[in-house]
Write a protein that binds this ligand. Sequence first.
Ligand code: UD1
Ligand code: MG
Length: 478
Amino acid sequence: MTASLAAVVLCAGKGTRMKSEKAKVLHPILGKPLCAYPLMRALELGASPVVSVVGHQAEEVERSIRAHFPTAPLRFALQKEQRGTADAVRSAESALKDFNGRVLILYGDVPLVRSETLAALAAAHEKGGGVLSLVSTVPADPTGYGRVIREMGKVVRIVEHKDATPEQRQVRECNAGIYLVESSFLWKALANIRSSNAQGEFYLTDLVEMAAAQGPVASIEAEFGETAGVNDRVELAARAKELQSRINTWHMRNGVTLADPATTYIEEGVAIGSDTELGPMVTLSGATVVGRNVSIGQGCVVHASSVADGTTVKPYTVLEEARVGERCILGPFSRLRPGTDLAEEVHLGNFVETKKARLGRGSKANHLAYLGDAKIGSKVNVGAGTITCNYDGVSKHVTELGDGVFIGSDTQLVAPVKVGDGAYVGAGTTVTKDVPSGSLAVSRTPQVNLEGWVERKKARMAKSSETGSSKSDKASAG
Ligand code: UD1
Ligand code: MG
């Protein structure tokens, strides 16, 4: 049986160098707050509970984390004053009073650590049989990091840069700040840590020497990129770029074509089927699911939507909380707002906006239309310039179009209103009453042709300019 696992994620820091009103761990990276990434990794590993240590803007940080993980086994601990990493972890003790097992310790501002690395740490810990295991890394410039001190190859302690001798500073192997610790050891050892060091802080790294006195300290080495934190917005952008590249590479290896991976933005958690092609500058965010053989053209933005197999989304189309069926053709420049629900083979063309609109199989609105609060049957043709007048200034009303309806261009459908199956609406009509199925509705005033009208108008104008008012001179000079 594997030992039970809990996690502590340090999220108390202020992040002064972010120069922000917002707590550092809440700054977004690919659509999620920075701290959501280590939290996700801990949850993926099966950690329960996962304790976030909050301090700076504690309430906002807690609220945001809860909103991101509504069903996760979360707990929160408050570190009132930032007195060092050991003090931060110690703040979580009461939240884990009832827990017995292994505690994974992560930083809330280190977003790129991979599940595989944490699994390797767990395996090394299991194999080593000690009370503490850690992740080390070799940065290009080790200045500022804690150095991993070894004797005969074995980890004996960590020395912080500021406390290190010139000789110790020559060591390239650094502490990444990721640990796995037996709870039976952790809380007792933390109580014994003192702040007599160069920074006057309670160093979590002091645990390592204590653990080494009890048994082997296992270590695994991770790439520096994975363990790098975020201190300012330049580093935030760098981590985001790295994450973007990692996600895009994963999708390409899974059979998705990216015309320009450098400009393709796909958030973690988006699913894409094989043989789907994404053009340059495409954004897929939120809980978006894209099927197989889908083509999404340049500049499209798809948020929290599903797009089924074989659909083509032409450039610069925007989808938000929309559901799109198989083999639809959308865009260019369509806008699908929340509650749009398209069956198979629906066509929406340029400058068509939909909101809370259901369109049945094979229905088309190819140009310039607004379809809001609409229930539209199958094989309906919506002409250019059609508008559902769904709002009376107080409430929204529904427009219903039956199967096979034909709506002529420049029609206004004043909701609530129904057009029965197979009915026609003539171009330019303002539909204010229900249209029975099979009938034609027209509301145009009959056309009148006034023959010779233009000639007569010209004659009138010539006459008035002969009488020469300065007023009309001024007007024509305009
Ligand atoms: C720490 C390690 C160092 C390691 C480095 C890796 C210690 C003493 N040193 O250094 O060996 O090489 O991480 O990045 O642990 N935090 C709190 N409350 C506190 C202090 C810190 O929540 O009182 C949080 C910070 O917000 C941050 C994390 O803990 O997310 C690490 O703190 P930081 O001050 O960046 O650690 P370092 O001193 O750089
Ligand atoms: Mg520090």
